[in-house]
Design a binder for this molecule. Structure first.
Ligand SMILES: NC(=O)c1ccc[n+]([C@@H]2O[C@H](COP(=O)([O-])OP(=O)(O)OC[C@H]3O[C@@H](n4cnc5c(N)ncnc54)[C@H](OP(=O)(O)O)[C@@H]3O)[C@@H](O)[C@H]2O)c1
Length: 276
C-alpha cells in the first residue's frame, strides 16, 4: 500500500511510520520543523496551513491512503483549516483518507459518547477538531474520522514525561482526580488506524482504550510501570481550578472494536508493571 502520513514526525505519526515500514508499505511522511528518523521513508516538508502545498504534496506522492495526524493544539489554522486542506488535496489526488480526531470534540456533559454522538465542544481546541471533522465529512464522504483519547507509549509521550517530572520533583503541578479519559497505547492506535486505512473504512470511529481512568490514576500507573515512587505524585481537583474544558470524557468504542482486529487495550492492562 502506498501510504502518506501527514504529521509523520509527531508522536503518533512516528509510530504510524514505524508500523507501515515494518509491514512493507511504501511510505511517505510529512514534517513541519524537522524530518523523522526512519531512513526508509520519503520525508516531505509540508505546512498544512497552505492549501496549495497540501495539494502539491498529495499530487506528487499519489498515495493510495493518507492518514492525517498533523495538528497544533493552540492553532486553529493548522488543526481546522489544515484538515480541510488535506481533505481537499486527497479529493483531488485520489485515494482514501483517515483523519485523526479527538475526544475533545465533546463537552463531557454526557456519561459517555459513541460514534453516533455529535460534537459539542467547550474549548478552542475541541472546536477546531470539531470544525475539522465537519470539513472532512463535507469534502470526502468516504473518509474515516477516528476519534481518540490521551495517547500513551512505552515512555515517549508528553503525558509520561510530565508524570516522570512530577514523580522526581523536577516540576510542580498536580494530577487531577476528577479529569477522566480513556487513554490508548500508541501502538494499538496506530495499528487500528492502519486497519481503517487498508480496509477503506468510512465514517466515524472511536479508537480509544478500554479503561476510563483519571489523570491521577493514569499517573500512578505510569509511575509504577517506570519503577518510580507513585506516592510522590501530587493530586488535585480540576473543580478547584478555573481551567476550561471537559472533566470526564468516556469514548464508547464498542462498535468500532467489533469491526477491528486490533484490540484496544485499557491503560490498566498496557501500563501493568512487567512481571517479576
Ligand atoms: N496526544 C494526545 O494525547 C492526543 C489525544 C487525542 C487526540 N490526539 C490527536 O492525535 C493526533 C496526533 O497527535 P500527536 O500527539 O502525535 O501530535 P504531535 O506529536 O504534536 O505531532 C503533531 C504533528 O503535526 C505536525 N504539524 C504541526 N503543525 C503543522 C502544520 N502547520 N503543518 C503540517 N504539519 C504540522 C508536527 O510537525 P513537526 O513535529 O515537524 O513540527 C508533527 O508531525 C492529532 O490529530 C491530535 O489531535 C492526540
Amino acid at each position: 500500500m502506498r501510504i502518506l502520513v501527514i504529521g509523520g514526525s509527531g508522536f503518533l505519526g512516528s509510530e504510524l511510520v514505524r508500523q507501515c515500514v515494518a509491514s512493507g508499505h511504501d511510505v511517505g511522511a510529512t514534517y513541519l520543523t524537522r524530518p523523522g528518523e526512519h531512513p526508509e521513508v520519503a520525508w516531505l516538508p509540508l505546512d498544512v496551513r497552505s492549501r496549495a502545498d497540501a495539494a502539491a504534496v498529495a499530487g506528487a506522492f499519489r498515495p493510495e491512503v493518507t492518514i492525517n495526524a498533523a495538528y497544533r493544539q493552540a492553532d486553529w489554522t493548522t488543526t481546522a483549516d489544515g484538515a480541510a486542506h488535506v481533505a481537499l488535496a486527497v479529493a483531488e489526488a485520489g485515494g482514501h483518507l483517515v483523519h485523526v480526531s479527538s475526544d475533545a470534540v465533546f463537552s463531557g456533559a454526557a456519561p459517555c459518547y459513541d460514534e453516533t454522538c455529535a460534537p459539542d465542544p467547550v474549548n478552542p481546541y475541541g472546536a477546531a477538531k470539531a470544525a475539522a471533522e465537519t470539513a472532512v465529512k463535507a469534502i470526502l464522504s468516504g473518509a474515516a474520522i477516528a476519534r481518540t483519547s490521551l495517547i500513551i507509549g512505552s515512555g515517549g509521550s508528553p503525558h509520561e514525561a510530565f508524570v516522570r517530572s512530577l514523580a522526581t520533583g523536577r516540576v510542580e503541578g498536580v494530577l487531577f482526580t476528577d479529569d477522566v479519559r480513556c487513554p490508548v497505547h500508541v501502538a494499538d492506535l496506530a495499528a487500528a488506524l492502519v486497519e481503517l486505512a487498508a480496509a477503506r473504512m468510512a465514517g466515524v470511529w472511536h479508537v480509544a482504550g478500554a479503561d476510563a481512568v483519571s489523570r491521577y490514576e493514569l499517573g500512578v500507573l505510569i509511575a509504577r510501570r517506570d519503577g518510580l515512587d507513585a506516592a510522590r505524585l501530587p493530586s488535585g481537583r480540576r473543580a478547584d481550578t478555573t481551567l476550561p474544558g471537559p472533566y470526564e470524557l468516556r469514548l464508547d468504542c464498542a462498535a468500532t472494536q467489533r469491526r477491528l482486529r486490533t484490540r484496544l487495550r485499557g491503560a490498566r492492562e498496557f501500563l501493568a508493571p512487567p512481571a517479576p
